[in-house]
Write a protein that binds this ligand. Structure first.
Ligand code: SF4
Ligand code: ZN
Length: 334
């Protein structure tokens, strides 16, 4: 936010500095600039079409709330339906506050939200899963389990609710961070898969779209402050275990030194995606849960059985889960 700087469009007092443009904007022109880019992303890349039924994956954080808000805003003019799908992983002291923020915005803008829980789908909460992972010295990280379970839960819920698209709140920073992580792990398939649109290889997978793909995280924050989209400042307790955490800090330092660096990395990712071979398309159905997968047992079922093979996992499943008895397979590293 700039002190006495002036908006480069109208000359009024500015409140946002857009570093890669080297320009200041007043709240009104910043909002216009922000919304126009999201709208153009939807139109230019045909992320939505008339008659679509769009499920927005909402966590209650600023990115997903902004996505829900804007998809609702554009839905009438562009003639598509919108509803929210939220996943309650069971992270005490965190998720309940975010879900509260989500319910309050959804009420305000008149959008239905459906909540699915890890407990109902996998038989245990993420907090309980983390106790089991701890027992094994975190050879699998909490975010790995959380990410796999959440993708599974969102796709299944969106499909069962009749969605034709699943919109997520991933912004430019998220995309660049994931790209950096895929580079570090030499994950060529991950690089090819993570784009603006994910065309599914199975009709049981809902196509995923990312309306905030070109928007830096800092701008999403500025937008929520200007528009009064509130979310409590609580962080997931497991973020400290994530590789993403140091990468995020490092990329922010690079961007401060070199404004526009994140956009250049995103552009380079596209070059690389086009040069790399597409991942294999064949999909089968998981022999345990029936969801689409590229292996005989899907990653969610594999991780679930890994967790249940620990003492903490068995105890937790015994307390209310219904997941006992699945195959016990070794996990991929992660
Ligand atoms: Fe899940 Fe990791 Fe995000 Fe926490 S930080 S919500 S564990 S992905
Ligand atoms: Zn499965």
């Amino acid at each position: 936010m700039g002190g006495t700087a002036r908006c480069f469009v109208c000359g009024r007092r500015a409140s946002v500095y857009v570093s890669y443009l080297g320009e200041y904007l007043c709240p009104e022109h910043f909002v216009e600039y922000f919304e126009r880019r999201v709208r153009e992303t939807l139109v230019w890349f045909r992320l939505v079409e008339r008659g679509d039924r769009v499920a927005v994956a909402v966590s209650g954080g600023k990115d997903s709330l902004t996505t829900l808000y804007l998809m609702r805003k554009f839905s009438e003019e562009m003639d598509f339906e919108v509803f929210g799908v939220a996943v309650d992983e069971g992270i005490a002291g965190y998720r309940e506050y975010k879900l509260e923020a989500l319910r309050s915005l959804a009420r305000e803008i008149g959008v239905d939200v459906h909540v699915v829980t890890f407990r109902e789908l996998f038989g245990l909460t993420l907090d309980e899963a983390v106790a089991a992972l701890r027992e094994r010295g975190f050879e699998v990280k909490p975010c790995t389990v959380c990410g796999v379970f959440r993708r599974y839960a969102l796709n299944r819920a969106a499909r069962e609710l009749g969605a034709t698209k699943l919109a997520t709140g991933h912004n430019l920073d998220d995309e660049v961070q994931v790209f950096a992580m895929n580079l570090i792990k030499a994950h060529a398939d991950g690089i090819v898969r993570e784009g603006l649109v994910t065309e599914p290889a199975s009709e049981r997978l809902v196509p995923r779209i990312k309306p905030l793909y070109f928007i830096p995280e800092k701008e999403v924050l500025a937008y929520t402050l200007i528009k009064g989209i509130h979310t409590p400042f609580v962080e997931c307790p497991y973020i400290v275990y994530a590789l993403r955490h140091p990468i995020r800090h490092w990329l922010n330092e690079v961007e401060d030194e070199e404004p526009g660096a994140k956009y250049r990395v995103l552009a380079f990712k596209e070059v690389l995606r086009n040069a790399l071979p597409p991942p294999p398309k064949e999909m089968m159905l998981c022999r345990i849960c029936g969801e689409p997968t590229s292996h005989p047992v899907c990653r969610a079922c594999e991780l679930k059985s890994y967790i249940l093979s620990t003492r903490a996992g068995r105890d937790d499943a015994g307390r209310g889960g219904r997941a006992a008895g699945v195959a016990r397979l070794p996990p991929h590293p992660g």
